[in-house]
Design a protein around this ligand. Structure first.
Ligand code: NAD
Ligand code: KPL
Length: 305
């Protein structure tokens, strides 16, 4: 029997996953945090997804965290700072051997969740797809990408990857999900904070080549110390490639700050600095960047964690 997907965090990425699973006929429910959100959702008539300029409405069934049915497969698409608390609200419903897919960027939240719910099989996901919310429950698929799935301690892919194929969700199973997450974290650490501090598009960072070079060296040392040698290889070259390929874009952190939204800094730069301290690495530029970013966020009335 097909297992029902429960999607916690029906925002940009969660909505994108939910709409594609729903239209492929997968049993699916989205979990909304309170009766007010549920009423707003019912008023909207479902999730709308815009792809290539075409918009469709998908009436995905929705429920509250305290609904009765047990949860066997939970897709968590909240921000990293919300994920653990959100799961705690549905935790009494998690059945034995449940699966939790964690779509969070950066590192730290996944490990905390896997440690707190050891009875569940936690699959980590590193996504390079792009989606944003035009309004509540109105999602725009903005960028093609890939979803890397894996578990730090298990190598065998789960059988339900077929359902992602049927839903047209691009994905690959990897035996090195931590490497993928570390690599993306390093790219984000080199690029995103600088775009906030210089208030610029990604491409404009090319005039700060010296600083990028120092940051990449420090990130490379940290990755190597964390046993992530593969993720460290060719980092600076890839940072420059990504900057050039996304020259006209504003980084996700820049967009968050400009829209007055909390950033995921603790799970990105914060994690890199914490790993440096654990391994006795000075990482002077990264610590300086973290301090400058925290000061900037304070000044703009945003949480600095
Ligand atoms: P988002 O803010 O658009 O969506 C998060 C959703 O979680 C919101 O709808 C929020 O209301 C909901 N939520 C928070 N707490 C909840 C709770 N207790 N119960 C129920 N719902 C709750 O965020 P997003 O952009 O989809 O990002 C989610 C994660 O995916 C982040 O870690 C982000 O870095 C990562 N990511 C996003 C993209 C993208 O293009 N959006 C790409 C790659 C990775
Ligand atoms: O992922 C990104 C982001 O903006 O968050 C890129 C484009 C790689 C920049 O770090």
């Amino acid at each position: 029997m097909t297992v029902t997907w429960h999607v916690l965090g029906a925002g940009s990425l969660g909505g994108l996953w939910a709409a594609r699973l729903f239209r492929a006929g997968m049993p699916l429910r989205i979990v909304l945090r309170n009766p007010g959100r549920l009423a707003d959702y019912h008023a909207a008539g479902g999730l709308s997804l815009t792809e290539d300029g075409m918009t469709n409405l998908y009436p995905v069934p929705a429920e509250l965290p305290d609904a009765a049915a047990p949860i066997r497969r939970l897709l968590v698409a909240c921000k990293a700072y919300d994920a653990e608390a959100a799961i705690a609200e549905v935790a009494p419903r998690l059945s034995n051997g449940s699966e939790i897919l964690l779509l969070q960027n950066g590192l730290g939240s996944q490990q905390a969740i896997a440690a707190r719910w050891p009875e569940s099989r936690c699959v980590f996901v590193s996504s390079t797809e792009g989606a944003y919310r035009q309004a509540d429950f109105q999602i725009v698929h903005a960028g093609q990408g890939q979803n890397w799935l894996g578990e730090p301690n298990h190598r065998n892919p789960p059988p339900w990857l077929d359902e992602l194929v049927a839903a047209g969700i691009p994905h690959d199973w990897t035996a090195d999900i931590l490497g993928k997450l570390w690599r993306k974290l390093a790219l984000n650490c080199a690029i995103n904070p600088l775009t906030v501090l210089h208030d610029c598009r990604n491409g404009e960072l090319l005039i700060h080549r010296e600083q990028l070079h120092t940051l990449c060296n420090e990130l490379r040392e940290i990755l190597t110390a964390c046993n992530q040698g593969d993720a460290a290889r060719g980092l600076e070259e890839e940072v420059l490639r990504v900057i050039e390929a996304t020259a006209n874009n504003y980084s996700s952190m820049h967009q968050d700050v400009r829209s007055g939204r909390r950033t995921e800094i603790s799970f990105l730069l914060g994690q890199a600095c914490q790993a440096a301290r654990q391994h006795g690495l000075a990482a002077v530029e990264l610590h300086k960047l973290l301090e400058q970013l925290q000061t900037f966020l304070h000044r703009h009335g945003l949480p600095a964690d």
